[in-house]
Design a protein. Sequence first.
Length: 84
Amino acid sequence: MRVCLEVGGGVVRSLEVSGDFFLSPEYVLDDLREAVEGRSVEEALKTLRDALHALGGVVESAGITWREVLDCIARCLTGFRVPS
C-alpha cells in the first residue's frame, strides 16, 4: 500500500492511497480523502478513528483490511503532528 500526503501548516492538503488491494464499497477511499483534506492533522486522525468504528463491519476488502488501511494512513499523519 502507498500513502501520499501533502500537509502544510498542520493541515492535510491532499491524500492519495493506492496499492494492490480491493475495498467495497469502491467509493470509501474517495469519501475518506474528502473527509480529511482541509482538516488539521489532529482532526484527520479523529476522522480515521471514527471511520474505523463506523465502517469497520461494513467495508469488505481483499489484500488488506480496512483497519490496516486506516492504521497506515494514521501512522503517516502522526509524523506531521504539530508540537503543542
